[in-house]
Design a protein around this ligand. Structure first.
Ligand SMILES: *Cc1c(COP(=O)(O)O)cnc(C)c1O
Length: 357
């Protein structure tokens, strides 16, 4: 035992005590049955591995700190000036940098809940206070309640469309109305991690709102593009906002390997569309089958579906083994749309669950 006179060791900032831990989807016994992390069942797009591997031969060098290649490719792809982009190690990291840049102790950040579990973590880390606003029974954002939650202390609001984990989008018209009433000093983050899977023509189009100085759109290469393991995401905003996010990001975050893979992925447009179409077709089939079984699942425009089983969430996730799904205790279970074989297993388990509950 240490003597009573031992001086205390280094202590982290008290705010860290309140930071919730990120619970990743539990790894499954077999990769193909892992439906817990909204990953893409397809491998990287054609040409991506070769381009990334070529960069590995020169990893004794630091990456291009200016992220020039990626910004130029994104600028061409989205027909936006390169200085409107800010990249990071996944759009989660970009969001954390953004919160670091725009919010701190005494500030508030409004977001829907249940929504992406990284939000409360990043908000708390920034020192700001999270103001969660419950989603409606159908899993949609309650934008009126979110608008009402905005105060003088609000610095950022986060809109997740489609919403992880419930699935529905915010409509474009609703978002435009929300922005019309939002004070101009409040930054509105539109998290479009799953936008490539959206087929609803009335869905929000964040990129069409960039004429507003307080809108920032988040995109990622982790979901539709299938690069979750390489960690690349980005924000599109005004050059001022993008510049602030860049300054709040650690230098050399995005490696040349990741940049090369992201740029090559942007070049594989046709193959991307094909794969996303296949996942969307599976989604439509899975949602249809679940509803035919008797499940009440909210509309989803993403690569996952929400089972609102409330207190049975943890139990369901255990029962569905070896298919790995993502439970949120007391709330529900999120199931990723995977390869057809995994989705079929999922549907079998879902049918069996209903016969016993
Ligand atoms: C997956 C996801 C992201 C992106 O994650 P990164 O891998 O960090 O790019 C961002 N927002 C939501 C809502 C997500 O589900």
């Amino acid at each position: 035992m240490a003597p009573a006179s031992t001086p205390p060791g280094p202590q982290p900032r008290p705010t860290l005590e309140g930071v919730p831990a990120y619970r990743a989807g539990r790894p499954a016994g077999s990769d193909v049955l892992k439906l817990s992390s909204n990953e893409n069942p397809f491998g990287p797009l054609p040409g991506v591995v070769e381009k990334a591997a070529a960069e590995l031969a020169r990893v004794n060098r630091y990456p291009d700190a200016g992220v020039t290649r990626l910004y130029d490719a994104l600028a061409a792809h989205h027909a936006q000036p390169a200085d409107r982009f800010a990249a990071g190690t996944g759009s989660v990291a970009v969001l954390f940098s953004l919160l670091e840049a725009f919010a701190g102790p005494g500030d508030e950040v409004v977001h829907a809940w249940r929504s992406f579990e990284a939000y409360p973590i990043g908000i708390r880390l920034s020192g700001a206070t999270a103001v969660p606003v419950p989603v409606r029974a159908d899993g949609t954002h309650d934008l009126d309640a979110m608008a009402a939650a905005v105060t003088e202390r609000t610095k950022v609001v986060i809109v997740c469309t489609p919403n992880n984990p419930t699935g529905p989008v915010v409509t474009h018209d609703a978002l435009v109305r929300f922005l019309a009433d939002l004070p101009s000093h409040v930054l509105c983050v539109v998290d479009e991690a799953y936008v490539e899977f959206v087929r609803d023509p009335s869905a929000a189009r964040g990129l069409d709102l960039l004429d507003r100085p307080n809108v920032v759109v988040l995109r990622t290469f982790s979901k539709a593009y299938g690069l979750a393991g390489l960690r690349v995401g980005f924000a599109i905003a005004t050059p001022d906002v993008a510049g602030a996010v860049r300054r709040a990001t650690a230098p050399f975050s995005v490696t040349d390997v990741a940049q090369a893979a992201a740029v090559a992925s942007l070049d594989a447009r046709a193959e991307l569309d094909e794969r996303v179409d296949a996942i969307v077709a599976e989604r439509v089939a899975v949602v249809g089958a679940l509803r035919a079984q008797g499940w009440q699942v909210p509309d989803t425009e993403a690569n996952f579906v929400w089972l609102p089983v409330g207190d049975d969430a943890l139990d369901l996730a255990e029962t569905f083994h070896p298919v790995s799904v993502r439970p949120f205790a007391g709330d529900g279970v999120r199931v990723t749309i995977g390869a057809p074989e995994a989705n079929a297993r999922l549907l079998d388990l879902a049918a069996r669950w209903l016969t016993t509950h």
